[in-house]
Design a protein around this ligand. Structure first.
Ligand code: PXP
Length: 250
């Protein structure tokens, strides 16, 4: 079982900043705190409506941080041009709806092959590692392989919702789907990531999935930072991931 990286999503540091305008809290300072606390990467989603991260956040992050930058984006012409200009380490393609509060579901890679294939190709040719955010469904995983993405990120939102609601049977079923999806994706040669909605309570069983190489976690860490501080929240998440991984190692 390989090491499990932690990508810290700092979108909601920008949400808090934008609530008042101005510069505080600063996304760059959050990225530096994440690095100090043991994060392996910084993730940021530049939405079409710029509701949290803004263009200047992406430019400053790319210029300043030493950790790899994972640029979350919709597969639009505008975002592809920004990615090609910025050249982040990785780009994670996500579905985006203006009316959603957060990324609700995975990409329909199977249904959008002809739209996604040229975007994946252009980003990959620019040396950007392309990841597709999908549900852990066989047809989406196989479509991700066909479109020649290097990575899939499995959507953990439904599993985390079931854990939070105390729906044990539903959570177990959704966890099985994530485990099977990770196995299938790795079997096809894809690198496998996971994320969305992860908390201290839900992270362990996901971190224990042996094929996973990276988790991307944001909202819960920023929320928890209000109570215990960002670095402490990240360190605790990291410790829970490492403990689950160590326990799962045969
Ligand atoms: N991974 C992807 C692809 C996402 O879109 C998000 C949310 O922006 C996350 C991970 C992180 O989710 P959360 O903020 O719920 O931890």
């Amino acid at each position: 079982m390989g090491a499990l990286r932690l990508g810290v999503n700092i979108d909601h540091v920008a949400t808090l900043r934008n609530a008042r305008g101005g510069f505080h809290p600063d996304t760059l300072r959050a990225a530096e705190a994440a690095a100090a606390a043991g994060a392996d990467g910084i993730t940021a989603h530049l939405r079409e409506d710029r509701r949290h991260i803004r263009d200047e956040d992406i430019a400053r992050l790319k210029e300043t941080i030493t950790l790899p930058l994972n640029f979350e984006m919709a597969a639009t012409e505008e975002m592809t041009a920004i990615a090609l200009r910025t050249k982040p380490h990785a780009a994670c393609l996500v579905p985006e709806k203006r009316t959603e509060r957060t990324t609700e579901g995975g990409l329909d890679v199977a249904g959008q092959h002809s739209h996604l294939a040229p975007v994946v190709r252009a980003l990959s040719e620019a040396g950007i590692r392309v990841s597709l955010f999908i549900e852990a469904e066989p047809q989406q995983i196989e479509a991700a392989r066909r479109v020649q993405a290097a990575v899939v990120e499995l959507h953990t939102g439904a599993y985390c919702d079931a854990v939070a609601a105390g729906e044990t049977a539903a959570a177990a079923k959704l966890l099985t789907a994530l485990q099977e999806g990770a196995r299938r994706a790795a079997g096809l040669g894809l690198e496998v990531h996971a994320g969305h909605g992860l908390t201290f309570e839900s992270v362990g069983p996901v971190a224990a999935i042996p094929e996973l190489a990276e988790l991307n976690i944001g909202h819960f860490l920023i929320g928890e930072a209000v109570f215990i501080g960002l670095e402490a929240a990240i360190r605790r998440m990291r410790a829970l991931m490492d403990a689950a991984r160590a326990e799962a190692t045969p």
